[in-house]
Design a protein around this ligand. Structure first.
Ligand SMILES: [Zn+2]
Length: 461
């Protein structure tokens, strides 16, 4: 029976589009045809955060959400407007600029970049046209830490593609955690304009008749800032805040993100009487009590992950023991803004651990471990042969013990045992894991890797 026939037969028994959709990717895998995992339902729910919309926040502030991967905002002043963040693709930014123009045709006086990531800077020229006199403001050290010219750029690029699911077929795409599943590829980065005003710690300036305060605020990057407009009680957080547990470490591969400074930056924001909060991604928030509560639990969560990691390290715990130990308190774990759609607690813990001590976790066993081939030979012998491990791998798949199955697959892939069969099972394990992730980067990574393996197999046939 070919794939088409099997789907046709299936529809006889199955009514309901949603169910069919859930099964679409797994026609070959018998063990998770049933129901959508609750984590996937939650992740799909998160997509409501990026429905394209220009949100009017108060009499002067407009926020464009869902037009690209991040937000761009416009503050309307007396004799002009100020743009805060400029999206990634020039094509997407042009659409937003057009919408902003309909609201106010006053000239753009300034662009403020909350940080140097391309998804906040790449579309700037869409807002200013040919006007070269516009102030473009950012922090000193702007974009310095970006790994655009890293010696490991080729692998960073591949990992980036996996984290964001850039090559995934449409039916596998849900979202990217804090952004839509697909973003515009229309002239990405081509609208970037270099900043012409840089500042160090704090800068206050009057733009279009409105007083702006810009504060250095390390966190996701070391060039991050937040913008506070006292007269409008509006605060723009950059990427230090969005509706998800923060991405303290990016699995695409990134330099250390200063976790302690990140928590402290949010703590500082929470001391302002903020009525309107504009995150770098996801929808803005309104209401002082709500904003305060959200900023408070965000900083508490970050600083708690940091401190628990430090405490466990000082007790002499290994890396994995530290990961096993650190948990968010019950009072935080169910907060809507701390769900792990984008960042993950264990990834943050690993990042802090490695930042302070490097690769050696203190356990002498790990000082000079066996090579992966040696280790796999020993494990295969211990298990009673490759076939036994392969059986265990399949059992792990059937029983839902997917991570264990993956770990077993790596032993077999170091041996000469039937690679084709092992990889086929590994692909199923990766897809099964993906089908239960609340975390979009993890889901995208598992699925992308599965597709890469599948394509490689096709090539070899
Ligand atoms: Zn961003």
């Amino acid at each position: 029976m070919n794939r088409f026939q099997s789907i046709k037969l299936f529809t006889v028994f199955v009514i309901g589009f949603t169910f069919l959709q859930a099964c679409q990717n797994t026609t070959e895998t018998s063990n998770f045809k049933e129901q959508e995992h609750p984590n996937i339902t939650k992740l799909k729910g998160q997509s409501a955060e990026f429905t394209p919309e220009i949100i009017q926040l108060n009499e002067s502030v407009y926020v464009a959400v869902g037009y690209d991967g991040s937000n761009a905002s416009m503050v309307v002043g007396e004799d002009g407007v100020v743009i805060i963040d400029a999206l990634r693709a020039l094509g997407a930014a042009e659409k937003v600029a057009e919408e902003f123009q309909k609201i106010s045709s006053k000239p753009v006086k300034a662009i403020i970049y909350t940080h140097g990531h391309e998804d906040h800077t790449g579309g700037a020229s869409a807002f200013v046209g040919y006007n070269k006199n516009v102030k473009v403001i950012a922090r000193e050290g702007f974009k310095e830490e970006l790994q655009e010219h890293s010696p490991v750029e080729p692998i960073l690029k591949r990992r980036n593609g996996r984290q964001f699911g850039r090559d995934l077929p449409a039916e596998d795409v849900i979202n990217r955690g804090v952004g839509p599943g697909n973003t515009s590829a229309d002239r990405v980065g081509e609208g970037y304009i270099e900043p012409n005003i840089l500042f160090k710690d704090v800068k206050t300036l009057r733009l279009a008749g409105i007083d702006f305060e810009l504060h250095a605020a390390n966190g996701e990057t070391n060039d991050e800032l937040f913008v506070w407009i006292p007269s409008l009680k509006t605060l723009f957080t950059g990427d230090n805040y969005y509706k998800s547990f923060p991405n303290l470490y990016a699995i695409r591969g990134s330099q250390y993100r200063d976790v302690k400074a990140w928590g402290e930056s949010i703590q500082k924001m929470s001391t302002y009487p903020v009525e309107f909060l504009v995150p770098g991604h996801t929808r803005p928030l309104t209401g002082q009590a709500l904003v305060h509560r959200n900023l408070k639990n965000y900083s508490t969560a970050i600083l708690s992950v940091y401190q628990q990691t430090i405490d466990a390290m000082n007790k002499g715990y290994t890396l994995q023991q530290t990961v096993d130990e650190v948990k968010l308190a019950d009072s935080l774990i169910n907060q809507p803004n701390l769900q792990e759609f984008y960042g993950s607690v264990p990834w943050g813990v690993r990042s802090v651990f490695l930042h302070y001590v490097g690769w050696f976790d203190g356990n002498p066993t790990n000082l000079s471990p066996l090579s992966s081939i040696q280790e796999s030979k020993h494990m295969i012998a211990l298990a009673g042969g490759e076939a036994k491990i392969y059986e265990q791998m399949k059992t792990a798949l059937d029983k839902g013990d997917y991570q264990w199955g993956l770990q077993l697959s790596d032993y077999l892939l170091q041996s000469d045992f039937e690679k084709q069969k092992v990889i086929e099972t590994k692909i199923k394990l990766l897809r099964a894991l993906a089908a239960q992730q609340i975390n979009a980067p993890a889901r995208n990574y598992y699925l992308s890797y599965a597709y890469e393996l599948e394509n490689k197999q096709k090539e070899e046939l």
